[in-house]
Ligand binder design. Structure first.
Ligand code: BGC
Length: 249
């Protein structure tokens, strides 16, 4: 089935049409800068523009958003404008000629893509898989026996008396001009903590912040096997498209 996957981020809103059988993109990947300020009307207008640019009609649309999502409604927006909270993106797209629209957390979307086509494939139906996306924020995703625990949000726990995301995200590394050694040690200890907490069978690391694993992998000292996400910056788009098709069942 063809579905449209959209990934809303702090700097760009990206989308493409996805063949959900193969996980391949069958259109260009369109990226429009996230409007600043990112109020609801501006974000909705950009999403509509993206759908129009891709000339997508009549099919399922999945949207990943960097916050807690319940019933297609935004509940938190740690790194975007707070006025987005309470917005039901599905309702705000009504009137367009689309199939079912489903909104989910962006990291959960990336997790779906990795479990179906990427690093998590071998644990698609069994075991516990923890995925982290490292970027502006820290996304956390947990699958047990193939089932997602939605909206996990472990990036916002207190870790070493700090807000974990502000301590160990990619943005924290860049803003505080941390060396890779310093950041790697922080990240390694965060992974160790999550490993003790959740005892996963596999940890998947994704997001722009782990693109150069050679710079920090020596500081990761966990027993759990870990792998890099394999869908790169397309995971959020692919996973959102997959999630949209689930509503068709
Ligand atoms: C948000 C999460 C999101 C993550 C990655 C965090 O700040 O709270 O919902 O998944 O960033 O974008």
């Amino acid at each position: 089935m063809l579905a449209l996957g959209i990934d809303i981020g702090g700097s760009g809103i990206k989308g493409a049409i996805v063949d959900t059988e193969t996980g391949n993109l069958v259109s260009d990947r369109v990226r429009i800068p996230t409007p600043q300020p990112s109020n609801a009307d501006a974000v909705v207008a950009t999403v509509r523009q993206l759908i129009n640019e891709l000339r997508f009609e009549n099919g399922p649309v999945g949207i990943g958003f960097p916050g807690v999502i319940r019933a297609n409604t935004i509940y938190t927006a740690a790194n975007l404008e707070k006025c987005l909270i309470g917005v039901n993106l599905e309702k705000r797209l009504s009137g367009m000629n689309l199939g079912p629209v489903r909104v989910i957390n962006d990291a959960d979307a990336a997790g779906f893509a990795e479990m179906e086509f990427g690093a998590g494939k071998s644990h698609r139906h069994s075991g516990t898989v923890l995925m982290l996306t490292i970027g502006t924020g820290i996304g956390t995703v947990l699958f047990t026996n193939g089932h997602l625990v939605p909206n996990l949000e472990l990036g916002h726990i207190e870790f070493k008396k700090k807000h974990a995301e502000s301590y160990v995200s990619e943005r924290a590394r860049i803003r505080k001009e941390m060396s890779w050694e310093k950041w790697g040690k922080r990240f390694g200890s965060f992974l160790l903590y999550l490993e003790h907490l959740l005892q996963p069978d596999l940890i998947i690391l994704g997001g722009g912040g782990v693109k150069k694993p050679k710079l920090f992998d020596e500081y990761i000292d966990i027993e759990t096997p870990w792998e890099l996400a394999s869908s790169g910056n397309k995971a959020g788009i692919i996973g959102a498209a997959l999630a949209a098709c689930e509503t068709e069942d």
